[in-house]
Design a protein around this ligand. Structure first.
Ligand code: MN
Length: 196
């Protein structure tokens, strides 16, 4: 993924490329999740940046170096930007090359999706499930708590599902597994694969 650069020492809110994702994420959820939660993370990060010594760095570098409230807000800006950008109501299909890579790592694309959903469903509390590439290009699934992002562990993050309750409760209530299963049809694989 391209490094996300600040504009004169502050970060801009990403633009949401859709109004809703039908049966997976409603416009009402987005009004809170994008309009309130992400807005707050961006505003908090921009308040914390001046004098922190991290001004001018890319968002990924801030996440790698920050601690405490700065880490939490920067991590959540990066996580949500990647999450919202990777979906589309008219997504590009997965390439054969990427399907082969997933098959090498997880034995089949379906087995990958099953393991990804299972790791999302079993993450206790708030956090994110991620598909990343390691330095050798090997694909791995990780569970990350709260605001964590795999860049902190030297991985290249490719795909993420948000499993904080605010991501699904209005639309799916406690049925986190329904929410996870409904997201696949909207994953734009051109965006995901472009992060390699
Ligand atoms: Mn969220």
């Amino acid at each position: 993924m391209k490094e996300i650069k600040p504009i004169s020492s502050h970060f801009e809110m990403m633009e949401l490329p859709y109004a809703e994702l039908s049966d997976a994420i409603s416009a009402e959820t987005l009004s809170y999740h994008y309009g309130k939660h992400l807005r707050a993370y961006v505003d908090n990060l921009n308040k914390l940046l001046p004098g922190s010594g991290l001004e001018g760095l890319s968002l990924q570098e801030v996440v790698r170096k920050a601690e405490g409230a700065m880490f939490n807000n920067a991590g959540q800006v990066l996580n949500h930007t990647m999450y919202f950008e990777q979906f589309s109501p008219t997504p590009h299909a997965m390439s054969n090359t990427f399907a082969t890579r997933l098959t090498e790592a997880f034995s089949s694309v379906e087995a990958f999706k099953k393991e990804f959903e299972q790791k999302g469903a079993t993450l206790f509390g708030s956090g994110w499930v991620w598909l990343s590439a390691d330095n050798d290009g090997k694909l791995v699934i990780t569970q990350q708590k709260n605001a964590e992002n795999p860049v902190t562990d030297g991985l290249t993050p490719l795909l993420t599902f948000d499993v904080w309750e605010h991501a699904y409760y209005l639309d799916h209530q406690n049925r986190r597994t329904d929410y996870l299963a409904a997201l696949w049809q909207y994953v734009d694989w051109q965006v995901v694969e472009g992060r390699f």
